[in-house]
Ligand binder design. Structure first.
Ligand SMILES: *[C@@H]1O[C@H](CO)[C@@H](O)[C@H](O)[C@H]1NC(C)=O
Ligand SMILES: *[C@@H]1O[C@H](CO)[C@@H](O)[C@H](O)[C@H]1NC(C)=O
Length: 310
């Protein structure tokens, strides 16, 4: 059972949330980006090759950086459970925290036709070992984070009128883009405990193109974005604690790491290669920290990818 000791103390909840959201959503990918943007060969590689290289690095992340989500025994786990989640009646429940100012995200949307089978496969494999220590992404809100008009590291305040103007600009971008046909290249578990789907494009606009159109349309957006421009990923789940397996099977951390690799391999053997079509771009105002990920308060404007040539 997870213990509910408060690692940082009561008054530090906000900074803990900041640390966790930063760790979960930023540090890993910034590290990956710093490693991968320095070489000249970069510009000669196709986006798809760059994605493969990025996903290779992400697959190695947990071997190279360890299972940070378990580090310090139960303290970091209870930090998560205390400050972002709580356990109520055996269920993990997120504790919403207002985002001030709200985050404004542009995401590609994966419809339930495709997200439900993925969600089921992930649940079937992980739930038996992590009941009460895992948070599953809501299958109605599977999304690919593309570009932020404002995010938690660099906030760009906007009036209601400016927000409307941003939404219209995004609508125009969506109109110009064709739907994407994609396939799931692989599932990876990061050192921060996030189970991610990493995708490749079969046809349609590349994420690099989509992000660059959004940047042109959203002139005041943060210069530094959260993800590598080639990246096309969805979050499936967040592991918050140790698996429920007999202790004698987990003598040391290499046994534990092997166990995680095997679970991820099982998911991969079920859903790797899964194909999907993306046909909506969403402009989302997130009123809570990590609202899209944690079922917080959001306001969504949905724009169909119109494939129009002007
Ligand atoms: C999942 O998201 C949908 C759409 O926002 C919402 O209606 C539903 O209540 C959410 N499910 C859970 C379990 O929170
Ligand atoms: C961990 O334990 C396994 C046996 O369960 C053993 O084979 C392995 O060498 C151990 N690794 C370390 C780093 O102690």
């Amino acid at each position: 059972m997870p213990r509910f000791t408060n690692f940082f103390g009561q008054g530090k909840a906000a900074s803990a949330v900041w640390i966790i959201s930063t760790v979960v959503f930023y540090l890993l990918f910034r590290a990956v980006m710093d490693n991968s943007t320095s070489t000249n060969t970069e510009s000669l590689m196709s986006s798809s090759e760059r994605r493969t290289r990025l996903y290779n690095e992400m697959s190695r992340d947990i071997d190279e950086h360890g299972m940070k989500f378990l580090q310090g025994g139960e303290t970091s786990q209870s930090l998560m459970l205390n400050d972002i989640f709580e356990l109520r009646g055996g269920y993990v429940i997120p504790k919403p925290k207002a985002a001030d100012p709200p985050v404004r995200a542009n995401v590609l949307y994966l419809s339930p036709e495709f997200s439900n089978p993925i969600s089921k496969a992930v649940r079937d494999i992980f739930l038996p070992y992590f009941d009460g220590a895992i948070w599953f992404q809501n299958a109605s809100l599977y999304h690919f984070s593309m570009f932020h008009a404002s995010h938690h590291l660099t906030s760009v305040k906007a009036t209601d009128a400016e927000i409307e103007a941003e939404a219209s600009a995004v609508k125009e971008v969506a109109r110009s883009l064709c739907p994407l046909k994609i396939f799931l290249d692989r599932v990876v578990l990061t050192s921060t405990g996030v189970l991610l789907g990493c995708w490749q494009v079969i046809s349609g606009p590349d994420p690099v193109t989509i992000r660059s159109k959004l940047r042109n349309a959203l002139r005041h957006s943060p210069e530094k974005q959260l993800y590598d421009p080639v990246m096309l990923h969805t979050s499936f789940a967040r592991i918050l604690g140790h698996p429920k397996v007999p202790l004698e099977d987990m003598k040391n951390s290499s046994d534990l790491l092997k166990f995680f690799h095997e679970l991820v391999e099982r998911v991969n053997s079920k859903i790797r290669g899964f194909e999907a079509t993306i046909s909506e771009l969403w402009y989302v105002e997130e009123y809570d920290v990590l609202a899209l990920a944690l079922d917080g308060r959001i306001k969504v404007r949905k724009f169909p990818l119109g494939c129009s040539s002007h």
